[in-house]
Design a binder for this molecule. Structure first.
Ligand code: ADP
Ligand code: MG
Length: 297
C-alpha cells in the first residue's frame, strides 16, 4: 500500500472512532493470518462486557454504605463508578472526612474514615492483607462467585463488614466477533483482574478456551503474560485494556489498544484508541487493516 492509501485508511478509521497512531500498526494487524498467527489478549470488563456495572446486592452493615461510596468517589474504575451510582450519594462533608485515601490499581481502595480504616477491594487483596472474614460473609462471597458476580469486600480495621455483588453485561455480539477474529488467525485469551468464577463464565460465553482464561491477574502478571508472548516470537501480540493497571501491558504488546472510558495512562501507552469499547470495534480495526493492505478473506 502507498503512503497515501495508509493515510486515507487512518483518516477513515478516525471518522469511525478508531484512532490509529501509525501506518505500521495497520501493517502489523494485516500481517496476521492462517499462516502467521496472532495473539489477542483482552480485558473482560469493558471489552467483553459493557463496563457499566451495577451493584446487584449489598450484604452487610448499612452504615458503611456512605463511606464505601465516599472512598470510591475519586476512582474511575468501573466498580467504583457502579458503587458511586448505586450506593447513597456522598456529600462534601462525608468526602472531607475521608483521609489518606490510596488506590492500588487492580486491587482496590483504602482510606481513614470516621468508622475506622476502610478497605474496599477484591477478595484476593483482602486475603493478602489478612482481613478476617466471618463464615457467613465467606459463604456470600462463594455464592456470588458461583453466580458469576464480581465480588468486592469492605473491611473496617481488618474485619470484613460487607460483601458487594456487582454484575456486568456481556456484549451480545462478543462471541460472534471473537470467533471472527479467531477465524482471522488470532488466538484469543482473557487477562482479567477479576476472580476465576466470573472470568470462567465469561470465557465460556464467548468461546475462549479455559486454558486461555486468566483470572486474578495483578498488573505485573498481565505484563508478564504479554511479555512472554512477545518474546516467544511467533506472531503479533495485541492487548486490549482500559485501566491504569493495563498501561504497562499495552506498552509491552506489539499493538496496544486502549478503549473508551479507560484511564489516561492506558491511552498514552496505546497504539490505537477506540472511542467505543467492545470487540466489535476490534473486528472493524482488523478489517480496516486487511482491506487497506489488500488482504483477502
Ligand atoms: P480487570 O482486569 O477486570 O479490568 P482490574 O485489574 O481493574 O480488573 O481489578 C481487579 C480487581 O480488583 C477487581 O475485580 C476488583 O475486585 C478489585 N478492584 C480494582 N479496583 C477497585 C476499586 N476501585 N474498588 C474496589 N475493588 C477494586
Ligand atoms: Mg480493567
Amino acid at each position: 500500500a502507498t503512503p497515501l492509501t495508509m493515510a486515507v485508511a487512518i483518516g477513515s478509521g478516525a471518522k469511525r472512532g478508531m484512532l490509529i497512531k501509525s501506518a505500521a500498526v495497520l501493517e502489523k494487524l494485516a500481517s496476521v493470518g492462517p499462516n502467521c498467527p496472532g495473539r489477542l489478549f483482552v480485558d473482560k470488563t469493558g471489552t467483553l462486557t459493557s463496563g457499566k456495572m451495577r451493584v446487584e446486592a449489598y450484604h452487610g452493615d448499612d452504615r458503611l454504605r456512605v463511606w464505601i461510596a465516599a472512598i470510591e468517589s475519586e476512582s474511575n474504575h468501573p466498580i467504583a463508578r457502579a458503587i458511586v451510582a448505586d450506593l447513597p450519594s456522598v456529600g462534601p462533608e462525608a468526602r472531607q472526612q475521608v483521609r489518606q485515601r490510596q488506590e492500588k490499581h487492580g486491587f482496590g481502595v483504602t482510606a481513614r474514615t470516621p468508622v475506622g480504616q476502610l478497605l474496599v477491594s477484591s477478595p484476593r487483596f483482602a486475603a493478602e492483607n489478612a482481613v478476617a472474614i466471618a463464615e457467613h460473609h465467606h459463604e456470600i462471597v462463594q455464592l456470588g462467585l458461583e453466580r458469576g458476580m464480581t465480588v468486592v469486600l469492605a473491611a473496617v480495621d481488618g474485619r470484613c463488614e460487607a460483601v458487594l455483588w456487582l454484575k456486568d453485561q456481556l456484549h451480545a455480539d462478543s462471541r460472534e466477533r471473537l470467533q471472527w477474529l479467531r477465524d482471522a488467525g488470532w488466538r484469543t485469551a482473557i487477562l482479567s483482574g477479576d476472580a476465576s468464577g466470573p472470568v470462567r463464565l465469561a470465557a465460556e460465553a464467548v468461546g475462549v478456551d479455559g486454558n486461555d482464561a486468566h483470572s486474578e491477574m495483578a498488573p505485573e502478571e498481565k505484563l508478564a503474560r504479554v511479555r512472554e508472548a512477545t518474546l516467544a516470537g511467533n506472531g503479533v501480540v495485541m492487548m486490549v485494556g482500559d485501566g491504569v493497571n493495563d498501561a504497562t501491558s499495552l506498552a509491552a504488546a506489539d499493538i496496544g489498544v486502549a478503549v473508551h472510558g479507560g484511564a489516561e495512562a492506558s491511552l498514552v501507552a496505546a497504539d490505537v484508541y477506540l472511542t467505543e469499547a467492545g470487540v466489535g470495534r476490534l473486528v472493524e480495526l482488523v478489517d480496516l487493516s486487511r482491506r487497506t493492505l489488500g488482504v483477502m478473506r
